[in-house]
Write a protein that binds this ligand. Sequence first.
Ligand code: TYD
Ligand code: MG
Length: 412
Amino acid sequence: MIGGGAGGSVAPSQKLRDVKGGGPAESRWKTGLAEFDFVLGGGLVPGSMILVGGEPGIGKSTLLLQIAARLEGAGHRTLYVSGEESALQIRLRADRLSDRASDVELVGETLLETVIATAVAMSPSVLIVDSIQTVFTADLDGPPGSVGQVRECSARLMRFAKDTGTTVFVVGHVTREGGIAGPKTLEHIVDTVLYFEGEGMLDHRILRASKNRFGSVDEIGVFRMSATGLLPVSNPSALFLDGRMDDASGSAVTALIQGTRPVLIEVQALAAKAGFGTPQRVATGYDSRRLALLLAVLDKRAGLSFSQLDVFLNVVGGIRLQDPAGDLAVAAALASSLHDIPVGVDTLFLGEVGLGGEIRPVSQSERRLAEAAKLGLRTAYMAERGTPSRENPEIRAVGVRTIAVLFKHLFR
Ligand code: TYD
Ligand code: MG
């Protein structure tokens, strides 16, 4: 007897080339909801497990019912398990949708053993569990929604997905505070984590991947919640710039590369007399340390002092501005608010700002300029070294070396 393997049986192994399936594109199932397929990396991978997280009421059940309807329509049998709502409630939701969901198979069940037995009997291509917080296994004592239950049920659903080749979606609620037994505890178990997010009262929704074994995590999908369900927004730039005030100070536009496409967004800054105590710095959609750094650069390199002022920075539309190319727009918005002089509605800012106040070129500037031109912007301030060699007749590229030079252009 050798080592500690006593009593184990021999597992069959195989050459990697003999493993069945693969071939990236052809083996994916498309829902035809372009923004959704896009975020997944080109459609669903059979046998994968996808977590869809989001706050209650954001539209997760609506999204998944639409996905179910479309997959069913494309010939992939879909089983929708709901522990959240009655069959009638789901039927009423389905009746509102423009996607025809009437063929989707529905079961109201929360005992995981029954859910899996039902799925085994029906052998659907896609299983949707809405939500992971409502199912439980009889093998554990904890109540549904407890960390132990959520983990164990997810692990078993994952095994079911891998054993049968069924694609499994699970819905997970998150609360503003991050959730107790929420999606965070199962991110490492599943293949793909999608978050569905919205901004306050606005009706647009952003779907983003925070983990994806089968695609990029940079893509976003944008939808609008309508009276007949979620509609894909094929031109997010127009949406994010919609509602911009003409000639308001403190507003500047930049072009980000989100995954594979350029998206225009507005940055708003407000510098106002500080009240009592330490001035506030509040950033939404932007890193607050980066804001502190840019304020220091504005002070030191352009003589703009914010030390007696509260500073609020907001990236419009629920977008997170992480691309360094957005620095220049943030700097311009801050300076514009301080001077109370608008920078011009048809102006684009593109550039990373260095500690010396120098403006550095950004990647893919021609694509960003083209997107801006498409949306009617006419002037782009960018790094001197980064101006495109080929002129775009629709948008004038102005090369500037430092933020101090930029501010001379803008505010003199
Ligand atoms: P829902 O999918 O139930 O959210 P979640 O599953 O994330 O909790 O959607 C909730 C909201 O969406 C609800 O307030 C009603 C709204 N809604 C519409 O505006 N249009 C529609 O067609 C549907 C189905 C829902
Ligand atoms: Mg729901």
